[in-house]
Write a protein that binds this ligand. Structure first.
Ligand code: NI
Length: 172
């Protein structure tokens, strides 16, 4: 398919809640392929549809390590059925917020429910990086970014940094 342009914070489409997907057709297959191509092209481990300007509840992720085979999951209408009380902390980044990584803490293990590209219901348990990535991408579908998990003061600092760098880019 095609590599799409990734929207950058503070694009308003990144801050919207995305709509549930009810139609599982060729267009959805094409959208999932665009997401996969764009994610691999950008060297990301996950990418959500709003990041390419489409506010629908679909994301892709591949958290396999470099010495493993590619393992790309297409996740549609995701829900978290259960989240562990135990938290894990990880230095997260986002393709829509380039140049910024911050330590974010989230539930370590999650039980999830979603549909695949054919509309078939999938249940899974994710741990470690897969769990972090799933939660990060699900946040995107709710218009939430990883910096929204930061303490207020820290968030303001990061936002100002982003605004400055986007202004600079516009002037160039
Ligand atoms: Ni992201």
């Amino acid at each position: 398919m095609a590599v799409k342009k990734i929207l950058l914070y503070p694009d308003p489409l990144l801050l919207m809640r995305s709509a549930k997907i009810n139609i599982f057709d060729k267009n959805l297959v094409n959208l999932s392929k665009d997401l996969i191509d764009t994610m691999y092209d950008a060297d990301g481990v996950g990418l959500a549809a709003p990041q390419i300007g489409i506010n629908k509840r679909i994301f892709v992720m591949d958290c396999s390590s470099e010495n493993e085979e590619k393992d790309c999951r297409v996740v549609i209408n995701p829900e978290i059925e259960h989240a562990s009380e135990e938290l894990g902390s990880y230095k997260e980044g986002c393709l829509s917020i380039p140049g910024i990584t911050e330590e974010i803490s989230r539930p370590k293990v999650i039980k999830v429910l979603y549909q695949d590209v054919n509309g078939v219901l999938q249940r899974d348990t994710y741990d470690d990086l897969w769990s972090i990535c799933f939660q990060h991408e699900l946040d995107h579908l709710n218009g939430k970014l990883f910096i929204d998990h930061l303490r207020p003061m820290k968030k303001i600092l990061v936002k100002n940094k982003m605004k400055k760098s986007s202004k600079k880019k516009k002037q160039e």
